[in-house]
Write a protein of this length. Structure first.
Length: 107
């Protein structure tokens, strides 16, 4: 069986960097909300301008949604790594307590 080896501390640091960068990007993204006043489309095109503004707002919301998903995914990765590490520690501890009599061998 192939061993699964990873450095939990290294992974935690990498996840923290992802979360920090995602938060930085999210803050910048929210500070730069699109603005297209309907009147900017021209005197007779306010309806078109309103639709353009709605589209820009939807695109902007989608960007926020994506950044939030990146953060959620990184948190889920952190949880999975912690659970894997805890299970690995528990199971390796169980294996070190195996004695010949428990394994069916001679005492």
């Amino acid at each position: 069986m192939t061993d699964v080896l990873f450095d939990e501390q290294d992974i935690a640091q990498r996840i923290n960097r992802v979360l920090d960068e995602t938060q930085t990007q999210r803050t910048a993204h929210l500070a730069d909300a699109p603005s297209f006043p309907p009147s900017a489309a021209g005197r007779d095109f306010a309806g078109h301008g309103a639709r353009i503004q709605e589209m820009l707002e939807r695109l902007h919301a989608r960007g926020t949604w994506r950044l939030d998903n990146i953060a959620s995914h990184a948190e889920a990765v952190r949880t999975q790594v912690q659970e894997f590490s805890e299970a690995d520690t528990e199971h390796s501890g169980n294996l070190t307590r195996v004695t010949p009599d428990l394994a069916g061998g001679d005492k």
